[in-house]
Ligand binder design. Sequence first.
Ligand code: GDP
Ligand code: ZN
Length: 385
Amino acid sequence: MAVGVVLRSHAGGYLVYLPEHDLTLQCQARGRLKKERVSILTGDRVEIEDLDSAMETGVISTRLERSSLLSRPQIANVDQVVIVQAVRQPEWNQLWCDRYIVHFQLELPDSVPVLCFNKCDLVGAEQQERLRRIYESLGYRVVMVSAKTSRGIEGLLDILGNKITVFAGPSGVGKSSLLNRLEPSLNLKIGVMDHDFGVGRHTTTYSEIYRVHLEKWNIADSARLTWVADTPGFNLAELRHPEPHDLVFEFPEIRELSEGCRFNNCMHLVEAGCNVLEKLASEEYECVEEDGDENTIIVSRERYANYVTMVNESIAEHNIRKETSQKKEAAVKTVGGKRGKSVNIPRLSGKYRAKSRRTEKQELVVDIPDEEEFTNLEADLDNLD
Ligand code: GDP
Ligand code: ZN
């Protein structure tokens, strides 16, 4: 029995790669799988029968168990996400960086996202170090690269081997350029903002994983087979939010301070006597030392501001969800009341959905703190239509 990886699904068929045979096949799924509604996604590992190596075809008989499932883009068995940010052009936006981190920590809780700062040819060493320090001190792996000059690319190769890695980040930061650098044969389109064809229009987007040939790089044999995927940028409405009280778990430094907070249900926003706020308000708020100098918790003003913004966003999201589910309940009509034989018929119409979507936009606008964010948001909302 041959086992392969689904590289892409297209019009009911699947492109499947078989590592043992180094073959790429056009496959159909057994009718039984369709009947049982077994979904087969990009990244899935599958068993192949009726293998015809001359015709390069086969039939998928079984889908193997998944180790993870990314929802947007839908890819199974993703091992890690590399969050790509540009140091300039577009100007680095820490709020968006932190939003991506939180989103992917929620999407793949078992893997810590890697931060990759691209376009390092555009800034000096000092600024690169500043960015590196912010996130390394929080426990994230940081890779500084330039797709243009290839500088630092080895730092990426180190983490790619034998894995499925998704490259995510806003449009224009250089994701396609980086992937082309790693694997020139990919020939992904560069600088076409439109290539992010999923943005804002659909929640399900096209997904494909690409093989990167690491043979030409000087790394161990066992790490040579590796897969990468490009993702479209996200807009605000597409990001995942935790429950407002749980956001603190996505900010390691704030979480650590929050352990000293004596309130059980504290969100560390305005509560008098809150440990986080007290520490932030004190003189040395940027460098709080606990039990000697080994355990230094630094909560930067920017990260805390982003935490507050995102708590508000998650409260807004939470309220929308509550409101929508209440509307759904109210929209059920009960008919045929005799002897417990009544049935509930949903009244939910297209109009209802359109309305709740508008509400969502308005709610989100209210919570945006500064002008720059507001401009970004407007751009995001434009993308939605
Ligand atoms: P994507 O939307 O994230 O896939 O970004 P692209 O790969 O399409 O790149 C967007 C723009 O940034 C293009 O004009 C690229 O030439 C440019 N770019 C990408 N990487 C670098 C880099 O390392 N340095 C500089 N200066 N420009 C880059
Ligand atoms: Zn608190």
